[in-house]
Write a protein that binds this ligand. Structure first.
Ligand code: G1P
Length: 297
């Protein structure tokens, strides 16, 4: 057996300007799909994959995230007094064991690679996961768990991937595939946000990674790349140059881009329809408005 992947980094320092004015006072990771904040989906997925230590790379204005994962004694006492056991149960998923969660500040917005590098001392010389909470993935077996299994088999760096339309390559890291083995794709290079027509493939990086210690070491030396930022994509690509193995992993599941308004709305509809307590009425409502061909005003 290879060393277990027990640490995960959650880069949550971004300003979330695409969701202004909401993100003027709440971190975008606290925005809710139905009734659970985005970050809760990422945490649950990491837990299911066996992650024990959760490292948040935050920035100014993100204290609501720290409060969210804190014990809330007053609220719990009140719910207990009222006999609301179901709600107490729901709250359990939001509390963390002492010492299981750490917050580090990324003082300057220098890019995703830099955010990950900020966690280097907490990660140490171990394989680690990175989850970007904007990418929400609905799957029977949680995506990161699928990837941990692939890591146990291959020992290489594993990057979630899916095909995107040719004209969308400039929104993603793109893989240069070496050998396509179906679920796994061995990778010989990676480019961050290539212009349409200049991409080596249409296999896009989705925000789930299992990375090995050399990636962190390469981040020590990285300079600004695409968009003037220190890119995680570049550090992973340079590991390939140094003989490291990198695989794209075609996960089974549906990914929602909750970094965009359209993606967030789609996820809201999909997760609403997946809920036993909402499905019937909500589906009925959707049928009505689509049949009438008009949206709610
Ligand atoms: C980041 C990564 C990019 C990846 C994307 C997935 O970009 O830099 O390689 O494809 O996440 O969501 P961002 O969306 O933060 O610009």
């Amino acid at each position: 057996m290879r060393r277990a992947v027990s640490k995960a980094i959650f880069p949550v320092a971004g300003l979330g300007t695409r969701f202004l004015p909401a993100t003027k006072s709440i971190p975008k990771e606290i925005m809710t799909l139905v009734d659970r904040p985005l970050i809760q989906y990422a945490i649950d997925e990491a837990r299911a994959a066996g992650i024990k230590e959760f490292i948040f790379v935050t920035s100014r204005g993100k204290s609501a995230l720290e409060d969210y994962f804190d014990w809330a004694p007053q609220l719990e006492a009140e719910l207990r007094r009222k006999g609301k056991t179901e709600l107490l149960e729901i709250l359990k998923s939001t509390t963390m064991d002492s010492g299981a969660i750490a917050y580090i500040r990324q003082q300057k917005p220098l890019g995703l690679g830099h955010a990950v590098w900020c966690a280097r001392r907490l990660v140490g010389n171990e394989p680690f996961a990175v989850l970007l909470p904007d990418d929400v993935i609905a799957a029977e077996k949680p995506c990161l768990q699928q990837m941990v299994e692939a890591y146990q088999e291959t020992g290489g760096n594993i990057i979630a991937t899916m095909e995107v339309p040719d004209e969308r390559t400039d929104a993603y890291g793109i893989l240069d595939a070496d050998e396509d083995m179906g679920t796994l794709v061995s990778v010989r290079g990676m480019i961050e946000k290539p212009a349409p027509g200049q991409a080596p493939s249409n296999l896009a990086v989705i925000g789930r990674y299992i990375l090995t210690p050399p990636v962190m070491r390469h981040l020590n030396r990285m300079r600004a790349g695409a968009g003037g930022e220190i890119q995680l994509t570049d550090a992973i690509a340079s590991v390939i140059g140094a003989g490291g193995k990198v695989f794209g992993y075609r996960f089974r599941g549906q990914r929602f881009d909750c970094g965009s308004k359209a993606g967030f709305l789609q996820a809201t509809v999909a997760f609403g329809l997946a809920r036993d307590d909402l499905r019937d009425d909500f589906a009925e409502y959707l049928r009505e408005i689509t049949a009438l061909g008009r949206a709610a005003q």
